[in-house]
Ligand binder design. Structure first.
Ligand SMILES: Cc1cc2nc3c(=O)[nH]c(=O)nc-3n(C[C@H](O)[C@H](O)[C@H](O)COP(=O)(O)OP(=O)(O)OC[C@H]3O[C@@H](n4cnc5c(N)ncnc54)[C@H](O)[C@@H]3O)c2cc1C
Length: 395
């Protein structure tokens, strides 16, 4: 079998490894428009302020792929798919034939349609090149940055910018902090942790009117009329799936490539996995589901019949000298909920677990997240209060 994979993110690599396990003779080729071997995308935020070793950054070294006989072509974008002739065209005009094709093209940072978004110092952090661009601007002595979007990623970016001695203003349209991950009391604890860092200022419930400047970013004007001077703007306003290739090839697409639980698209020889794909309209936009979907796609490209079974995925943040973990339903659905909470306002430690019908359904940890795995397990298994006590999640 000739297996061709577009992209080199975690979904692509997992698929390649699965195919290699199931079909030792398969020809496996990955095409990536990035200039580097597959890496841990979440590490990009940390790398704004820190140098990571190759082992920390890359998923595997070149020797690993050579030994597995997996060909990775970097700096090589796929520009079109011909489904009838079963080949793809690369950016140098050459063609590559496939028996089974996986589209694992991931996503890009959503760029809201505001005036000034095209200025050169406006970036979204998604790929290695974006990190290089941000790093070179920081080296040019840029010291005032606005981050548009105060979700987990925006906060992590802001924290790392302050470690590079930048003053950062985070602007978030939503009136409260991390509403999908935190309740009000948890948000207060996180705000208190952030307030210990004088270089960062957060504006919640604030909409951006436009980015100011002609050839160069000079500031951001909010809809309330506040002018925030800055020389770089980082957009962290969500993810858009890279579905354009699939769309031009006539596959079913709706904000993402439509796939079934086996990661099959509307063409039986083409699969889609990770951030570019949606199953029943649902996109995950997270590392672990992308990895799991990649493995399912790889197996099914080899003729298996595996299904992606979503789990409850916990969210983590490491920033502002604290750590946060949030999992499951944190009281946002239809109640009633019971809650067990422990707060240490002096040391900014917070632990809350939510119960619905007497079963653990969600939880939040701030400051000390040593119980994260146990909390995840309690939520997945629906522990009652006694079981949570025995598992030392409640103490
Ligand atoms: C900065 C950052 C931090 C994150 N932190 C976390 C976190 O802490 N936890 C978490 O769960 N998730 C996190 N995520 C999300 C997570 O990284 C993604 O969900 C995951 O990487 C998606 O993997 P993927 O394989 O679907 O796509 P991607 O990792 O996006 O890989 C897709 C690849 O395809 C390439 N490509 C696209 N089009 C083409 C083409 N036409 N030809 C060739 N190559 C192409 C792209 O260049 C890219 O290299 C973070 C994301 C970012 C950007």
């Amino acid at each position: 079998m000739k297996a061709l994979i577009i992209g080199s993110g975690i979904a692509a690599v997992e698929a390649a490894l699965k195919i290699r396990t199931l079909q030792p003779e398969a020809e496996i080729t990955l095409y990536t428009r990035e200039k580097v071997l597959p890496y841990r995308r979440p590490a990009l935020t940390r790398m704004i302020s820190e140098k990571l070793s190759d082992i920390q950054f890359y998923l595997h070294d070149k020797q690993f792929y050579d030994e597995k006989n997996i060909h990775i072509l970097t700096d090589c974008a796929v520009v079109s798919i011909d489904r009838e002739k079963k080949h793809v065209m690369l950016d140098d005009g050459s063609l590559a034939q496939y028996d089974k094709l996986l589209i694992a093209t991931g996503g890009k940072g959503f760029m809201p349609p505001i005036q000034g978004i095209d200025l050169p110092q406006v970036v979204a952090l998604r790929e290695w090149d974006d990190l290089s661009e941000i790093s070179s601007m920081l080296n040019e002595n840029i010291r005032q940055v606005v981050v548009i979007g105060g979700g987990l990623l925006g906060l992590e970016i802001a924290d790392n910018l302050t470690k590079k001695n930048s003053d950062v203003t985070v602007i978030e349209a939503c009136p409260c902090m991390l509403p999908k991950q935190l309740d009000k009391d948890g948000a207060d604890i996180l705000v208190a942790a952030m307030n210990r860092n004088p270089r960062v200022k957060t504006l919640y419930g604030v909409f951006v009117s436009h980015i100011e400047g002609h050839n160069k970013v000079e500031g951001v004007l909010t809809q309330k009329g506040e002018h925030i001077p800055c020389d770089m703007v980082i957009i962290s306003a969500g993810m858009s799936s890279n579905f354009e290739l699939a769309h031009s090839a006539g596959l079913d697409v709706n904000r993402a490539i439509e796939a079934d639980a086996g990661m099959r698209t509307s063409d039986p020889d083409i699969f889609a996995a990770g951030d570019c794909a949606a199953i029943n309209g649902k996109r995950f936009g997270m590392w672990n589901p992308a990895r799991e979907q990649g493995a399912v796609a790889g197996a099914n490209m080899c003729g298996k019949d595996m299904a992606f079974k979503p789990k409850i995925y916990g969210a983590r943040l490491v920033a502002f000298g604290t750590k946060l973990f949030s999992v499951g339903d944190i009281g946002l659905g239809e109640g009633p909920y019971k809650q067990v909470c422990r707060t240490d306002e002096v040391n900014l430690v917070y632990r809350k677990i939510f119960f619905k019908d007497d079963k653990a359904c969600g939880g939040i940890l701030i400051g000390d997240i040593a119980a994260a795995q146990r909390m995840q397990n309690a939520v997945e298994k629906g522990f009652d209060i006694k079981q949570c006590e025995e598992a030392e999640i409640i103490c």
